[in-house]
Design a protein around this ligand. Structure first.
Ligand code: HEC
Ligand code: HEC
Ligand code: HEC
Ligand code: HEC
Length: 443
């Protein structure tokens, strides 16, 4: 029992530290043994969850059947990928490094074990790290502790900071792999990510979840609330984005900066309707300017306003400076991005599972209130706001609010037909439930 408590405490300590020094699996230097080495029926390939085991042991089956990651390589052979490759002048998407880096476990050839197959796509070791040094004994608990496996190269997926870095490495990109505007314009889907929403979507895809968050899991690894996972993921996304803007990737390969960092809909909208309105965070920049993608930064500002107003002011000032710098030059944007990153780092230092507890409703109200005032006229902010509202509402566990989620989702189901006034009106209804809770006629 005391053993259990110590392990739990160690896990919580890792969690609270918020940062880790683990290398991402893609560059951990260990041999990746291949999905087949995890898939034996007495290991993770059981047909159904096993009784009396800490973990489900059917992770392989749920991955193979229901997890999009198991098909990530296969999609590189489909018609969409063929067109993308042709437009980019690539021989084939199934052999192009730029595609494989996100759609498979593309470690160097000398790090591929005998049972490794690139065609497994995003497999176990793409997330859990190369198993070379822990495969043989990681299940031998309690003789071999989880900490010992971590030391042998198991990636700390339970650590929220490490997990967001992992997911973001493919769902946003890094300095080494990025789905640029060229790739988008060749036909790649626009990427959008929110850690908590995507974790839940992925974990519970299909018939069996990838892992169960129960009492035992909490004791072993610490509990992670939706609000914490959302907040930590948000700040990680914002900081990763700003760090990429400050690096060479942002220079782009022509006269424009890399347009993949901009709000797609700023350029790809309609010429028939004028949607532009001045927004406080745009700091007086007039119509016709493309804005940098700031969806997660806008949410960070709301989070700060609810938790730490000084940080909220600093983030707003940083955002205004960055949008204004957009009219000057790339160096000015980078200088402003550095300031803004400092403000996010300050907030990050204050965001812990404990500091958020009891403030979920305040954060939710802040997002709803800001949205009701019409600040999410850009689709990407609205999309981030929706994902945030959804996870917070689930955590707050209010049935009336939960019932409204589908209607809000409906207003966002087509990004090119997004009507900001309708979205703002929906958020206003949620912000003030006592007025007109049954208003169905918002246009
Ligand atoms: C920075 C990482 C990254 C790079 C680089 C990248 N992709 Fe993707 N790709 C993704 C992610 C993440 C998704 C899933 C997006 C989502 O659904 O949110 C995706 C989705 C796709 C889809 C749609 C899949 C589906 O199920 O509908 C296709 C097709 C695709 N990518 C092809 C390519 C090709 C071809 C290349 C190389 C030219 C490429 N990708 C490069 C990360 C990347
Ligand atoms: C997209 C990334 C990803 C992929 C792919 C993936 N996992 Fe996971 N896995 C996670 C995350 C994140 C968690 C939850 C955090 C944690 O407990 O470590 C997890 C949890 C687990 C757990 C439960 C741990 C516990 O203590 O309850 C097991 C076992 C596991 N994964 C095995 C596998 C196996 C086997 C495969 C391949 C068939 C696989 N995973 C593929 C990311 C991934
Ligand atoms: C090595 C790159 C990589 C990593 C790491 C990764 N993903 Fe993915 N993810 C992808 C690709 C590529 C796809 C698209 C696959 C497809 O469509 O078949 C995808 C698809 C998804 C989808 C399905 C999206 C949809 O539109 O249906 C979810 C949800 C998801 N990932 C969540 C996560 C989470 C959560 C993590 C971190 C625990 C993570 N991913 C880590 C590359 C990655
Ligand atoms: C500063 C303006 C600007 C921004 C921001 C921008 N694009 Fe583009 N986009 C363009 C231009 C210009 C073209 C080329 C149009 C052409 O070939 O006729 C283009 C082409 C495209 C195309 C191909 C359209 C076609 O008809 O061939 C797609 C898809 C696309 N962009 C997606 C995106 C996505 C996704 C984002 C956000 C990550 C984005 N764009 C951001 C200006 C922009």
């Amino acid at each position: 029992m005391s053993k259990m408590n110590r392990t739990a405490l160690a896990a919580v300590a890792v969690l609270l530290a918020g940062v880790t020094s683990a290398e991402l699996p893609e560059k951990d230097g260990h041999t990746h043994m291949g999905v087949a080495t995890c898939a034996a029926s007495q290991c993770h390939g059981s047909a159904v969850p096993r009784e009396g085991s800490n973990v489900l042991q059917n992770e392989y089956v749920s991955w193979a059947q229901d997890d999009a990651h198991s098909r990530a390589y296969d999609v590189l052979a489909n018609e969409q990928s063929k067109s993308i490759a042709a437009r980019l002048g690539l021989a084939s998407a199934t052999t192009a490094k730029i595609c494989l880096d996100c759609h498979a476990d593309n470690v160097p050839a000398q790090q591929r074990g005998e049972r490794f197959h690139l065609s497994d796509g995003v497999g176990c070791e793409s997330c859990h790290g190369g198993a070379e040094n822990w495969l043989a004994n990681h299940y031998n608990l309690p003789a071999v502790t989880h900490e010992a496996s971590l030391a042998a190269g198991l990636f700390p997926t339970e650590n929220v900071a490490a997990r967001s870095e992992l997911c973001l490495s493919c769902h946003l990109g890094t300095k080494d792999k990025f789905a640029s505007h060229r790739i988008m314009a060749a036909g790649h889907p626009r990427l959008a990510f929110e850690l908590d929403t995507f974790t839940e979507l992925w974990r519970t895809a299909g018939r069996q979840p990838h892992y169960r968050i129960d009492k035992d899991y909490g004791e072993r690894k610490g509990e992670v609330s939706h609000s914490y996972s959302w907040a930590a993921g948000l700040l990680a996304e914002g900081r990763q984005r700003l760090s990429l803007i400050r690096g060479p990737l942002f220079d782009g390969d022509g006269i424009f900066p890399e347009l993949g960092f901009y709000d797609c809909h700023a350029c790809h909208r309609s010429m028939k309707t004028v949607q532009w309105r001045p927004l406080p965070r745009h700091g007086g920049v007039g119509p016709g300017a493309p804005f940098l993608h700031d969806g997660t930064l806008v949410m960070s500002m709301a989070l700060a306003r609810a938790l730490s107003p000084t940080d909220g002011d600093a983030i707003e000032a940083g955002l205004i400076a960055m949008h204004r710098a957009g009219a000057d030059n790339v160096d000015a944007i980078r200088a402003a991005a550095r300031e803004l990153d400092g403000a996010l780092a300050s907030l990050q230092g204050k965001v812990t599972p404990r500091s958020l507890r009891g403030h979920e409703m305040t954060v939710l109200r802040e997002i709803l209130g800001t949205g009701a005032e019409g600040n999410y006229i850009d689709y990407i902010s609205a999309e981030q706001a929706f994902m945030a509202v959804q996870m917070l509402v689930i955590e707050i566990d209010d049935p009336w609010l939960e019932d409204q989620l589908d209607r809000i989702a409906d207003t966002l189901n087509n990004d090119e037909r997004y009507r900001p006034a309708q979205f703002a009106a929906m958020l206003a209804t949620l912000a003030e439930p006592e007025t007109e809770p049954e208003n169905e006629s918002i246009e």
